[in-house]
Design a protein around this ligand. Structure first.
Ligand SMILES: [Zn+2]
Length: 395
């Protein structure tokens, strides 16, 4: 099933997609069916994919089970038409570099804002399917969905890096999407900016501004408006607009095992840019933010403990302040990274997507009913470290 994938040349600023709610694409019914989620990604040589790679099983037909750019939009439009209660489908404040709009769904109109973002790394895309399912759930008729919509205003960005997932572009070495970075081939020779893949683009999840301006470049001293990553700026602009109490950022990692040799299905982490918080003079506030973030993690861990297939560990410390987990934590939101296992076969991916959806739902419920505030931190205190990397057993 192939959907049209209109793109415009980079830098033209031409919108590649004009939203039209009446547009329907062929095969939509098949897209809407809860098809098993396949996975594939290009195995490009890219030192920045650690610890996400290596990915296995490049296979176009598996990748076709993931919503393409246009299928994502049309599926969200279809959900919008059936949605109960408050539901808005919009575009993020900025477009990608190929001119594509990034879908943003806002559900509910309650007093507490929450923001979920996913697929910042283009080759970590099964979580975008989990977000579609979550959007469908909380816009439905269940009493849980109604309670969430009453108490919360939930912003979901199911696929931040629309270009890194499936823009019809090649990088300087001839590689095609999906890949980790956004699409911005402007630097062809070192030195380039930090966290940049030459001739391809930026690591979106290193460019979230945590200073006063959403447009600030996190790696240039002082205030400026030189942030080169529109996808990251767009998320910060949304944050400015909505001031979420809690942000969760969904990713994939490779396959790891725990100390008993069991496969780890996910890893999670709270903000830890304590040195930067110290430098900014907000150490006390940040300590409180860490605790609130850990409460959200505890809710997830407690919920997932009921599922035999979930085996969650702590994600290794990365204190880079410009990653979403730290940037939004420094700005005062409780902030959580959730990394699902990736690079596996279609059947396992069904469980993986379900795990992300279940974890995301559990937190929404706990924030909506207030139990989040008093939940025990014991699951976080007992969380195990992520074990060693293992290669894909299905290869
Ligand atoms: Zn990632």
């Amino acid at each position: 099933m192939t959907a049209p994938r209109p793109t415009a040349p980079a830098g033209t600023g031409t919108p590649a997609r004009t939203r039209n709610p009446r547009t329907r694409i062929a095969g939509l019914a098949a897209v809407l069916a809860l098809a098993p989620i396949g996975v594939a990604a290009t195995a490009t040589a890219d030192p920045q994919t650690t610890p996400n790679g290596p990915w296995s099983g490049e296979n176009g037909s598996n990748l076709a089970a993931i919503h393409s750019y246009d299928q994502l939009w049309s599926t969200l439009e279809r959900i919008e038409q059936r949605a109960q209660g408050s539901f808005e489908l919009d575009s993020a404040p900025l477009r990608s570099n190929t001119g594509r709009e990034i879908p943003v769904v806002t559900i509910g109109d309650g007093p507490t804002p929450v923001m979920y973002i996913a697929n910042q790394h283009g080759n970590e895309f099964v979580v975008s399917e989990a977000m579609i399912n979550l959007i469908r759930s909380i816009s439905g008729n269940s009493s849980t969905a109604q309670a969430i919509r009453e108490q919360l205003t939930v912003t979901v960005v199911p696929r931040v890096n629309v270009d890194g997932f499936d823009a019809d572009v090649t990088d300087a070495s001839g590689a095609t999407t999906p890949w980790r970075q956004n699409y911005d081939p402007s630097c062809t020779e070192a030195p380039c900016d930090p966290f940049y893949a030459i001739g391809r683009g930026y690591d979106t999840n290193r460019y979230h501004s945590y200073s006063d301006s959403a447009y600030d470049h996190p790696y240039l001293p002082g205030d400026d408006d030189l942030n080169p990553v529109p996808e990251a700026v767009a998320m910060r602009l949304l944050w400015d607009e909505r001031r979420p109490e809690l942000v969760i950022d969904f990713h994939h990692q490779g396959s790891y095992v725990d100390e008993d040799g069991r496969l780890i299905t996910g890893s999670t982490m709270w903000p830890n840019a304590t040195a930067e918080a110290e430098r900014l003079g907000i150490a006390d506030e940040f300590a409180d933010t860490i605790t609130r973030s850990q409460r959200a993690v505890s809710v997830m861990l407690t919920e997932l403990d009921q599922y035999g297939y979930a085996n969650i560990t702590r994600y290794p410390n990365t204190s880079t302040p410009g990653i979403a987990r730290n940037a939004y934590g420094l700005l005062g939101s409780a902030s959580v990274l959730f990394e699902m296992r990736g690079g596996i076969d279609a059947k396992s991916n069904g469980y993986i997507a379900k795990t992300a959806e279940v974890a995301g739902m559990a937190v929404l419920e706990a924030v909506a009913d207030g139990s989040w505030e008093t939940t025990s931190l014991e699951p976080v205190e007992n969380i195990r470290e992520r074990g060693p990397f293992v290669s894909d057993p299905h290869e």
